[in-house]
Design a protein around this ligand. Structure first.
Ligand SMILES: *Cc1c(COP(=O)(O)O)cnc(C)c1O
Length: 348
């Protein structure tokens, strides 16, 4: 087929969830973070797959993302909203039965006045200074919040992709100081926290990127494959240039293949000069600038130019491509565009 293909292996997502679940002791529940449209892979398909695999707690970033997830997972599962209860969210929270993670005294007041009796969770700031109640806010509100019965009390780690970073232990101590002794369920670790061991697991873990095959879950089963058709091949003589701004010049007579995918498909321009695409296991350097819809590739060394070249494959995973682009796997995943012919495998 003459389009770029994105293949998403739902069985691999389920296998990653099970593997992460097995990493923590049996009494620890493993949730699933499906924010940002399931890290770009389709929150409905991903959530339905994980619900079948056994997940019963899901997390989205914003209330608006919860509707699709609720449809996919049925009535029983819990769906938490990290951003909490924003002005105007009450209808969404009610309609899709979402649990806001209350982050500030304002959100607490809003939730109790607009949706009294509606379930909520509490997010605490243990040092990241991004979202969550500060220790002083928590001291002041703890009595009322605990009386009202939060479904979960959680916090988030800033440096969990670096297990040896002293920030991890500092945040663990801070979270314990704020929550030891409460009778409610607690959650601290995302993918990186799971990797750091049981101290960080508490009652519920919240993996995201590891489900989708990304670091810091190094043993993850790859989830995405992306290939693009070669739509033209040409010979370029020495001193001829390729692409915008003449940024690549042939040193020797070269074969250049043009593939149909570009930055409008999420293949960011930054991945230009260091990135490679693959013919099977053979790397082929990207040459010249990444255009909106096209990428030019040096295929001089290939005996035969294949019909398609692989951008993400067993030879080059999400994090390897991210490295070449000077970014992280999370950004590669969530940038994957909607122009690709998307194909889901497994998940039945
Ligand atoms: C995104 C996010 C997660 C998931 O993190 P990963 O690193 O993708 O596993 C968990 N908790 C919170 C609060 C988040 O924002």
């Amino acid at each position: 087929m003459a389009h770029a293909h994105l293949t998403i292996d739902l069985d691999a997502i389920a296998a990653n969830w099970r593997a992460l679940d097995e990493t923590s002791p049996p009494h620890v529940e493993t949730g699933a973070v499906v924010k940002a449209d399931g890290y770009g892979l389709g929150s409905g398909r991903v959530a339905a797959t994980l619900a079948r695999a056994g997940a019963t707690s899901f997390f989205v970033a914003q209330a608006g993302e919860g509707r699709e997830v609720r449809k996919a997972v049925g009535d029983e599962a819990d769906i938490y909203v990290f951003a909490g209860h924003l002005d105007g969210d009450a209808d969404l929270l009610t309609a899709s039965r979402l649990i806001p993670c209350l982050n500030s005294p304002d959100q607490v007041a809003r939730h109790f006045s607009r949706l009294p009796g509606h379930p909520f969770a509490v997010q605490l700031d243990s040092g990241m200074n991004r979202l969550g109640l500060e220790p002083e806010d928590w001291d002041a509100l703890k009595g009322d919040l605990i009386d009202a019965g939060p479904r979960l009390v959680m916090s988030h780690l800033a440096c969990a992709d670096e297990p040896d970073h002293p920030m991890n232990a500092r945040q663990l101590t801070q979270f314990r100081d704020m929550t030891d002794g409460i009778a409610h369920r607690r959650s601290l670790g995302a993918t990186g926290g799971i990797m750091m061991g049981p101290e960080y697991h508490f009652d519920l873990t919240r993996p995201g990127v590891g489900l989708y095959g990304g670091l810091p879950f190094a043993e993850a089963t790859p989830v995405v494959a992306l290939s693009a058709p070669v739509i033209q091949t040409r010979t370029v003589r020495p001193f001829e240039t390729v692409g915008y701004a003449n940024s690549w010049e042939a040193k020797i007579e070269s074969r250049i293949a043009t593939i149909s995918a570009g930055y409008a498909d999420g293949l960011i321009r930054a991945m230009g000069p260091k990135a490679q695409v693959y013919a099977g296991n053979t790397p082929c350097p990207v040459v010249g600038r990444v255009s909106m819809d096209l990428i030019t590739v040096d295929v001089t060394h290939l005996d035969e130019v294949p019909e398609r070249l692989d951008i993400l494959s067993p030879a080059q995973g999400v994090d390897a491509l991210a490295d070449a682009a000077g970014t992280i796997g999370y950004e590669i995943l969530t940038s994957l565009g909607h122009r690709y012919a998307r194909h889901y495998t497994g998940g039945a």
